[in-house]
Structure formats: C-alpha cells, structure tokens
Design a protein. Structure first.
Length: 263
C-alpha cells in the first residue's frame, strides 16, 4: 500500500467540501479532526510508502470526482438556496396578510399608509384613505353565528378586490373594520368608488340565510398638506367613519361633507 498525494488530497478535499456544505465551518473542523485521526491510524497500522508520482490510471480516476462532484454539490446548494428564498418570501407574505380575508393585515397596511403619506408630501400629490365598518356586525354574529360572520367578512374582502384598482391597497384593520388606500384619487372620485362598493356589498345574498343583509358605513379622508403625520390623516378618516355611523349608517361620509344614500 502506498500514499499518493493526488488521490489522497482529492478525497480529503471532496469530503471537506461536503462537510462545509452540510454543516459549515463547525462541521468542517470536526471532519478535519476525524480525517487527521484516520490518517494517523493508517500510518501507524499500514506504514504506507510515499509515492510522489501519479500514474495515468490514478489521474483518470480522480478527474470524474474533481469535475462532477463540485458540479453536483453546487447544483444542490443552488436549488436549496432557491427553495429557502421562496420559503422566505412566502413567510414574509404570510406575516403581512390577514388569514381570514387574504388582505393586508393591520401592521402591513399601516406601513403602506406611512409610505403613501410620505409620497404625497414629497411629490405634492393627492390621495384618499377609507375606513370601512360592517354595520351591526355583532348582531350578525349573535343572530346567524360566527361562521356566517366570517363569510360576511370574506365577502367584503372579495368585493374590495373586485372593485378596486390594482394600485389601491386594501387591508383588514381589525375585527369588522377594513381600510383602503386610494393613491392619486381625489375625494369626489373616491366617494363615488366607495358608494358603488357599498351598493354592491349591500346587494349581496347569502345562501346560508336568505334573510341576511349586511351594509357598510364608510369614512373617507383626503390627504391634506396640513396633516402632521399619517396618524392625523387616519384620524380624519376615523372621524368621518364616526360621522357615517352616527348619521344612520349605510352611507359614505368624509371630513368635508357626506354622501348620504341608503338602501
């Protein structure tokens, strides 16, 4: 038995590469220790002679390992990186999505509101936000059950997706309250859009109980340069929503007036 540098170094290098790919530096160091102990034991037991000359057979035997193994390991690592990146994107999407409605959750929508506020201030453009509340939602839950209540919430999220622009950002603010950012939309147009959405939602029929009807109260607030921050903008929409609810519900109100219409 002889000790030849090329096959020995090739084997040790491939094993080290494998250990790094599997467990990083810590596993690599453990592999080096194991390999060193193995080499020491082999030297003691077999006392191989050192042969510096590599034969053609040894050279050709090493070539496939030198070429194919790094390619295979690189491809596996690449596929794993792609999979991990996809999982990361999916987890990020889940962390920013409301599980019931499929819309943005509270935190994600507030982040977008801050971005839109800064854009309006920087570019001196207009926008509007809407807070949407399902009228008497607690009564719906108490009368028809929470399962039906969840269906009503999903129906509202569906109506929002179907009737808003791709650039609009809808979210679930909490409970039965939803929220929408309408970039670049003036208040009069936003009022028309929200009132049409209110009409469509009020006209929905529910197979779970044909007697069930649900309506919306909506508060609108346009961006104004006087807003100190996104919270003050949101407070305007909240005041408009309170106006819609206190004025009889099933209507769209804004801080500059009301669009009163009942079904």
């Amino acid at each position: 038995m002889h000790f030849n540098p090329l096959p020995s170094v090739t084997t040790l290098s491939m094993m080290t590469m494998n250990n790094v790919a599997i467990g990083g530096p810590r596993f690599m160091l453990a592999g080096w220790v194991a390999q060193g102990l193995g080499i020491g034991a082999a030297l003691l037991v077999f006392a191989p002679a050192f042969v510096a000359v590599t034969s053609e057979a040894q050279l050709y035997a090493c070539l496939p390992i030198l070429m194919l193994y790094p390619l295979a390991l690189g491809w596996i690592c690449y596929r794993q990186a792609v999979t991990l990146a996809r999982h990361k994107r999916e987890l990020l999407a889940l962390s920013r999505t409301d599980s019931l409605s499929g819309l943005l959750n509270h935190g994600a929508w507030k982040d977008h509101l801050e971005i839109e506020f800064q854009r309006c201030r920087r570019e001196q453009v207009g926008a509007a936000i809407a807070l949407i509340d399902i009228d008497h939602f607690k009564t719906i839950n108490d009368t028809y059950g929470h399962v039906t209540g969840d269906i009503v919430l999903r129906q509202l999220s569906k109506v929002l997706r179907q009737n808003l622009r791709a650039s609009d950002l809808a979210g679930r603010y909490g409970g039965d309250e939803f929220c929408v950012i309408l970039p670049g939309m003036p208040l009069n147009r936003a009022t028309e859009v929200m009132d049409a959405l209110r009409d469509r939602f009020s006209a929905l029929a529910y197979v779970q109980d044909p007697t069930l009807r649900a309506s919306l109260s909506i508060g609108l607030a346009p961006y104004q340069p006087a807003h100190a921050d996104s919270t003050s903008w949101l407070n305007d929409a909240d005041q408009a929503l309170y106006e819609a609810k206190s004025s009889g519900r099933n209507r769209v109100s804004s801080v500059q007036g009301s669009w009163l219409r009942s079904v």
